[in-house]
Ligand binder design. Sequence first.
Ligand code: AHG
Ligand code: MN
Ligand code: MN
Ligand code: MN
Length: 336
Amino acid sequence: MASKVSLTQYLVEKQREKGLIPAELRLLLEVVARACKRIGIAVSKGALGGVLGDAGTDNVQGESQKKLDVIANETLLEANEWGGNLAAMASEEMDHSYTIPHRYPKGEFLLLFDPLDGSSNIDVNVSIGTIFSVLRLPEGVLAPTDDHFLQPGTKQVAAGYAIYGPCTMLVLTVGDGVAAFTLDRETGSWTLTEDQIRIPGQTKEFAINASNQRHWYPPVKRYVDELLAGRDGPRGKDFNMRWVASMVADVHRILTRGGIFMYPRDRREPDKPGKLRLMYEANPMSFLVEQAGGAATNGLQRIMEIRPSKLHERVAVFLGSREEVERVTSYHQDGD
Ligand code: AHG
Ligand code: MN
Ligand code: MN
Ligand code: MN
């Protein structure tokens, strides 16, 4: 390979030399990357671009939408609808899936996205991102509906995220490890800056919103108490804590230097299985983390084996360094 590898070269290699992905998937991923580039440009304009603040609307999950939630959603829809490789798209910000209009050719893939992850960080200039996942349209389906998206995460053919931080990066898997690309703002090209990312098995860093501590169930409380006890406690070492409140940024840190990320279900809403969305957040991040040698569970089972029952399904999330995820999962074996 040449010393500087572009996203296109990386994907062409997966297609041509390894036969891992069809050309249609490569083209689709390039369009997603292009849309992320556009979102990144809008993000970087901040107040000058008039993109900060509330949109004045709510999404289907009852969250108030920021202007950038709406702009990012529109950007992804517009960029992807005419490419010819998609049958439909689903998003955190739309009530139902969006079928490709008849005027465009239709493809065999389904695209799911969290257009803007970390909405609470937009107005305070902290890293935010876009998360995406690609599934196949089940064979023989002519008119895709929400139900056709309800496939377990193991069926994903690609997943990734863009992070809009001090630099803009794209982190991607097509099931052959995890690669990171950095956007060269001058040339506008995505350049491979790390291939075959590996999460260290062990860690001394954890991520959880500790303000919810009083609502946690015993397995999570036990696990975090043991971490906080430090070198004098049962773990025999000190742990550090980080919580950005943008899943993209927290997962990016874990892919870079290890750690465990947790967003458990808790007593605030005992009937809800968690806050994060299975289809737009948990599944794509689990695919990346597993491809990097880590693990991802909901405390009871592997996230990617969950059979979704609805598009906007929520799920508890424990992901990152394998040994830590296995430990907190084992604490759940006796129930909450
Ligand atoms: P989104 O901005 O797409 O709605 O996602 C926000 C998510 C996730 O990015 C983050 O890990 C979590 O919400 C933060 O939640 P808290 O504000 O409860 O800490
Ligand atoms: Mn949201
Ligand atoms: Mn999100
Ligand atoms: Mn979002």
